[in-house]
Design a protein around this ligand. Structure first.
Ligand code: MG
Length: 440
């Protein structure tokens, strides 16, 4: 018997309480028996592509009642699986899933050392699953438990770019025609830093040294602003334009790039600096008003807090699955609201539909919401995740079902096991002409 049937049967036999009445609501919220966590299941899948997705399913003592969450970490996947299986699961079984805040706090202290990426992935998975359980039990989407919708939908920005300015314009027009108001434009083709690369083997290089495409900061600073000047000249100032530097700059080059982009009235420039160099944001603020976004590689709250409380950035771009889940993110968005900073939660190509949905619930219930990064999935993933969020004409829509509103078809997920993790799954880094690593 399914959970809903159990519930309905219990309701029918107990009394003739009208659905939606105060008594029935009270019964739903307080009249149910205590819950216990019975099991924690780790679910992995390649999603029919080369994803390295890791989910958990927290199973409760109530028949059919469970919650799901994601611990997706593309670069330390096996470490996350071991942390869930060997460390979280034995600790979590037997506990009360209703006490989300207490479980989050105690789960964080459980490892003594804290705020690292792997443990934050683990906390996020647990936290999302607990909110999913609570929402299913309450018969409410998570956003309703966070205060309800603060705006009508979650605007998302599209990803475009081209090898030439003309190609960038073509792809921008394509996105605008598709209903997107916000479009991120990357230049040069290929990976991040496009427009700043000295071609493979070219330029004056150290003998016997690195011969691959080499990133040059000054070249990038000279190349990118004219691309956006061209786009503004051709497409006007109505489209909201974004650009991701992916932490490739150092100090004054980040300041100078931001200054030169000011006439282009960017919606935001993302990650002009790596987290290690956030102090330079103060210099950027003193010289120009180009809006700044950062945060996708943050996992420690201390990286975020001074940027918000000193109003040195305009958008915070944390990933919910990398920063501990809905519980810490709802606190972060409250901090953002107080200090007038907006959110632009990160998605990215290797991200998963459960994280997208968790972001949606925080986004839609927050007055600090700014924008969400777009992410779309192949058809098999849509089959694998019933209730998956949908993007239509520049807006992301959740399913509106109780809890997170998304499920995992475990049988289908199992048909696509994790593949071999080549090279340990390392994130590929760019290098300069003299072979130095460029921060990603
Ligand atoms: Mg980025």
């Amino acid at each position: 018997m399914k959970r809903r049937e159990v519930f309905q049967a219990a309701l029918a036999t107990a009394s003739l309480i009208p659905a939606g009445s105060a008594q029935e609501v009270a019964r739903r919220s307080t009249g149910l028996p205590p819950l216990t966590i019975k099991d924690v299941k780790v679910i992995t899948t390649s999603g029919g592509r080369n994803y390295r997705w890791v989910f958990i399913k927290i199973i409760t003592s109530e028949p059919g009642l469970f919650g799901i969450g994601t611990a997706n970490n593309n670069y330390q996947t096996r470490a996350v699986i071991a942390a869930l299986e060997d460390h979280l699961k034995p600790w979590l079984i037997g506990k009360d899933p209703d006490r989300i805040e207490d479980l989050w706090q105690s789960a964080q202290m459980r490892t003594y050392w804290r705020n690292g990426p792997v443990n934050n992935n683990v906390l996020a998975a647990m936290d999302m699953a607990l909110w999913d359980i609570k929402g299913k039990r309450a018969g409410m989407p998570v956003y309703d438990m966070l205060g309800g919708k603060a705006h009508d939908a979650v605007a998302v920005y599209d990803h475009q770019g081209g090898k030439t300015k003309e190609e960038c314009l073509d792809t921008l027009q394509k996105s605008l025609a598709g209903g997107y108001r916000h479009v991120r434009i990357q230049f040069g083709g290929g990976g991040y830093g496009g427009g700043g690369f000295i071609p493979e083997g070219k330029g004056d290089r150290p003998e016997g040294g690195y011969q691959g495409a080499a990133f040059d900061e000054e070249q990038y600073v000279d190349t990118i602003p004219p691309v956006f000047e061209y786009l503004r000249a051709k497409a006007g100032f109505t489209p909201k334009l974004l650009h991701d530097v992916h932490s490739h700059m150092t100090g004054m080059n980040a300041v100078e790039l931001s200054r030169r982009l000011q006439p282009c009235q960017m919606f935001f420039v993302e990650d002009v600096l790596p987290p290690e160099q956030i102090a330079w944001y103060r210099n950027i603020r003193q010289i120009c008003s180009t809006p700044q976004a950062i945060g996708e590689v943050f996992s420690h709250p201390y990286e975020v807090i001074p940027l918000i409380t000193d109003r040195l950035i305009d958008f915070i771009r944390c990933r919910v699955a990398a920063t501990g889940g809905i519980t810490p993110m709802r606190k972060l968005v409250s901090l953002c609201e107080i200090f007038g900073v907006k959110t632009a939660f990160q998605e990215g190509g290797e991200n998963d539909p459960v994280n997208q949905m968790a972001s949606y619930h925080v986004d839609i219930s927050s007055s600090a919401f700014g924008i969400q990064e777009e992410n779309h999935f192949p058809p098999v993933v849509h089959d694998m995740f019933p209730g998956i969020a949908e993007i239509r004409r520049g807006y992301l829509y959740g399913s509106g079902k109780p809890g997170l509103g998304i499920e995992i078809n475990e049988e289908l997920a199992a048909k696509y096991p994790l593949g071999e993790i080549k090279g340990g799954g390392a994130y590929p880094t760019d290098r300069t002409i003299d072979g130095r690593v460029v921060k990603p």
